[in-house]
Ligand binder design. Structure first.
Ligand SMILES: *Cc1c(COP(=O)(O)O)cnc(C)c1O
Length: 378
């Protein structure tokens, strides 16, 4: 989504110096309501890592959202925002045992696991807790796939949850993440087929699972159109019905990008426009923000943000777009150059749109002395 009128007004009136993210809370409220409307039977656990600004967490907590967290500080942020511990999931499969103990002391009762070693930590540090086992998905169709780092082969989930049950934990359910910025609506279907097989195998051992965590993956519109929330909900509902018939379990989703991505715009500035030799046509456009200033998701040019300028009515030509730091990795788009106005010049402001997710949290602390990405939540 292009900048909202509220964001444009803010930038015009406040004229903040330096690159900054401006987030419009109205857009997040609208996204939250769209999820609720499309999936009324599903509980929403906002993935805090996408953007943990306190104003965002407070808004979502007040609207009834639950929270997917990955660390103790994220748990504390969700609690500070007004979420009760029963609305917090410790969803990282990689946790220190002492952090599990602290989460348990804070009242958190829901934990992700993907191996028996992690189950044993939770049984020791959070006795009686509910655990769900994350299974691998192939991430096909996702612009930011999550690889094999998280989750186990579906067949192993049976052992993991059987072990959890034996250790006095509540074997609660299965989770998966189909990959972030997932535009293939069918991605959930194969994961739900695997999930149902695990439900059946455990039922065979007398263990009844009750929850499916459908993860994140809901997209934000960047340059290309994406299906709407209703289409995702329809495809997921169909897949649930196909595999579970009329015994559909409790479901939760963990949207991050889809909740906040389109709510934010980064204002940046052109620092330099240069060419590499006299009769080169290709311009290099250097901005005051790059991979280390919050645009880490341009890694391998995975996420292509819409960039708008005041000169967009002028003819455009391909450019390499790069950040301001002294690291050669700090190039945003080069393999596939980016069309920008031929008149673009030093000092021009550019708006990098749909940057509400995975930007402030990815900014480095002070690489080359550049401050972390400033953010205004309005
Ligand atoms: C990052 C993450 C999410 C959010 O993913 P999006 O694709 O941004 O919606 C959800 N669940 C887990 C476990 C995650 O790690």
């Amino acid at each position: 989504m292009a900048a909202t009128a509220r964001i444009l007004d803010f930038l015009r009136d406040r004229r903040p110096e330096g690159p900054c993210l401006v987030v419009d809370l109205d857009v997040i409220a609208k996204n939250y309501r769209a999820f609720i409307r499309a999936m009324p039977a599903t509980r929403i656990y906002y993935a805090v890592k996408a953007n943990p600004a306190p104003e965002i967490l407070k808004l979502l907590a007040s609207m009834g959202s639950s929270f997917d967290t990955a660390s103790l500080p994220e748990i504390e942020m969700a609690l500070d925002a007004g979420a009760t511990p029963d609305r917090i999931s410790f969803g990282n499969t990689i946790k220190k045992e002492r952090d599990v103990a602290r989460a348990h002391a804070l009242g958190v009762t829901l934990y992700a696991v993907d191996c028996t070693e992690e189950v044993e930590k939770i049984a020791r540090a959070a006795p009686g807790a509910r655990v769900f086992c994350r299974i691998l998905t192939d991430g096909a169709g996702a612009e930011w796939p999550l690889s094999r780092k998280f989750g186990c082969e579906p067949a192993m989930a049976v052992d993991v949850l059987t072990r959890a049950h034996a250790l006095g934990l509540k074997a609660h359910g299965i989770s998966f993440h189909v990959g972030s910025q997932q535009t293939r609506l069918e991605a959930w279907d194969s994961a739900l087929a695997e999930t149902k097989a695990i439900f059946d195998a455990l039922a065979h051992h007398g263990i009844t699972l009750s929850m499916v965590n459908l993860g994140g993956g809901f997209p934000t519109r960047y340059l290309k159109a994406v299906p709407g929330t209703g289409q995702y909900a329809g495809a997921i509902h169909e897949a649930l019905t196909r595999h579970f018939g009329n015994a559909i379990p409790e479901t939760i989703i963990e949207p991050g990008r889809g909740m906040v991505g389109n709510a934010g715009v980064i204002k940046a500035e052109v620092v330099l426009v240069a060419k590499k030799h006299a009769n080169d046509n290709l311009r290099w456009v250097y901005l005051d923000i790059g991979k280390f200033g919050g645009l880490a998701e341009t890694m391998e040019e995975a996420i292509r943000y819409p960039i708008s300028t005041a000169r967009d009515d002028d003819p455009k030509a391909p450019c390499v777009v790069a950040g301001p730091t002294c690291d050669s990795a700090d190039v945003l788009y080069e393999k596939t150059p980016y069309d920008l106005p031929v008149t673009l010049t030093v000092g021009d402001e550019v708006l990098i749109e749909a940057t509400g997710a995975y930007t402030t949290t990815y900014a480095s602390v002070a690489f080359n002395g550049f401050a972390p990405l400033a953010a205004y939540v309005i």
